[in-house]
Design a protein around this ligand. Structure first.
Ligand code: DX5
Ligand code: ZN
Length: 223
């Protein structure tokens, strides 16, 4: 399967949001990554269900919502109603991960679980059968434009290995500091979805940057 590129709206220019969304819609990027922050789980506030609902008619593509909030259960229904196709919530923010995965899936959309850089993949070992996606943060969540944490690479490899061993089919999404400089390594390690904020929206030619990220080949064939 070809990898997915998910531009992160957090890095868009909100004074010309319509234009940036038009660029996204016309591009070959498959998913739009939407960062919802509560100012408690992460030290920043972004946008919520109301904004997502307003922009939903501007694109027919997959809306990938990354919920960075305590008490994720309070926002799931509103985000589904806003038009999310997938909601990832943080393992660190939930005492009932399994329950919240099924709260999402009962609404007939996909469920993802997100992990901060310090959180071990063992934490979610017992719910890997239940999720559609695992989001590995490769920066500390809260802000765009940060430096990629290279320890994420072995973490991707380890998760990909578990996926193969247990014959599971969740996607692995990498979020934070992703760009042309590291995308090949990330894909080689086993990732399927590249979130790209600054490397798309802050670049001179965003649709070309998307195209370049889509064009990267995995070179992990054993000769
Ligand atoms: C950070 C967000 C990311 C962010 C990525 O908390 O989860 O999705 O938008 O931005 P870049 O690609 O600039 O690191
Ligand atoms: Zn994100």
């Amino acid at each position: 399967m070809n990898h997915i590129v998910a531009p992160s709206l957090l890095a868009a220019d909100f004074t010309r949001l319509y234009k940036d969304l038009e660029m996204f819609q016309k591009s070959n990027a498959q998913w739009l990554h939407l960062d919802v922050m509560d100012g408690v789980f992460v030290p920043n506030i972004s946008f919520g269900p109301n904004i997502i609902k307003q922009i939903r008619p501007l694109s027919d593509k997959f809306f990938d919502v990354h919920l960075m909030s305590i008490q994720p259960e309070n926002y799931i229904d509103m985000l589904v109603d806003a038009g999310a196709n997938l909601i990832s919530f943080h393992a660190e923010a939930s005492n009932h991960i399994h329950r919240h995965i099924y709260q999402i899936k009962e609404k007939s959309i996909q469920a993802g679980i997100a992990l901060n850089p310090h959180t071990s993949i063992q934490t979610i070992s017992d719910v890997l059968e239940d999720v559609d996606l695992v989001l590995l943060m490769s920066v500390n969540p809260g802000f765009g434009g940060q430096k990629f944490i290279y320890n994420t690479i072995p973490k991707i490899r380890a998760l990909d290995k578990i996926r193969t061993e247990r014959n599971l089919d969740f996607k692995i999404e990498i979020d934070g500091g992703v760009g042309l400089q590291n995308a090949e390594k990330i894909l080689e390690a086993g990732a399927d979805v590249l979130v790209a904020g600054s490397s798309v929206f802050k670049s001179e030619n965003p649709s070309q940057s998307i195209q370049q990220l889509l064009g990267i080949q995995r070179n992990n064939f054993i000769a």
